[in-house]
Design a protein around this ligand. Structure first.
Ligand code: FE2
Ligand code: FE2
Length: 213
């Protein structure tokens, strides 16, 4: 009976996370928004649209991160590292909520493609989890490395006046570097270059499509 209950609880919790991730404005951060106290300088309409496109990409990246952690949580053993993985996943919820808030400020919207990217990332996370903890943690590290590179690129591409988006991305950059370091220290495999290149190619498909859609 209690086993049945815990399985039901688990399913409800999974469903709750899916909803909080995919329904716009449903996620709430546990930490203060890093942009609090920062004022934007002047931006043209075109610059605001461009900034919204970039923040939409970052938001979808966080949707993927959430799905990845959830997929892994469903299949990986992670006896010693589950608590840390849950801590990282909760920081990704902060990122998701902050990107969502910033999109609203910029009169932007989240991507229509988020459900598809969520499903694909969940599947990849679940597969990595099945392949063993070192692969699973290696996948986290490789993903975070890529996200970090991508955030650096966006910080350059944001309009000069967009100081509030930049403040959010800077805190995200710090957090993602922690996640990468933790995953490697916990025994994550270092993925070979061809795998990383494949992941980079997929992320390019995501960024190109989400900027528009
Ligand atoms: Fe993140
Ligand atoms: Fe992360």
């Amino acid at each position: 009976m209690s086993r049945q209950l815990s399985r039901t609880d688990n399913l409800i919790q999974q469903f709750d996370t899916i909803l909080r991730t995919l329904v716009p404005h449903a996620a709430s951060a546990s930490r203060a928004n890093p942009a609090v106290g920062t004022q934007d300088a002047e931006m043209t309409d075109a610059e605001r649209r461009h900034a919204a496109g970039l923040m939409r990409i970052n938001h979808t990246g966080e949707v993927c991160a959430q799905a990845l952690y959830q997929g892994q949580g469903a299949t990986a053993k992670l006896h010693e590292t589950r608590a840390q993985m849950e801590q990282a996943a909760s920081e990704e919820i902060d990122h998701l909520a902050w990107c969502d808030e910033r999109l609203r400020e910029l009169d932007g919207r989240t991507s229509y493609l988020n459900p598809a990217f969520y499903a694909a990332s969940f599947g990849m996370g679940a597969l990595a989890g099945k392949l063993g903890d070192n692969i699973s943690l290696g996948f986290v590290a490789a993903t975070e490395e890529q996200v970090g590179r991508h955030l650096d690129d966006h910080m350059h591409k944001l309009p000069m006046g967009d100081r509030r988006s930049r403040a959010v991305l800077e805190q995200m950059r710090t957090d993602e570097a922690h996640h990468e370091r933790w995953a490697l220290e916990a025994g994550g495999a270092r993925f070979p270059m061809p795998v990383k290149l494949g992941m980079r190619l997929m992320s390019r498909v995501m960024t190109k499509s989400v900027y528009q859609l």
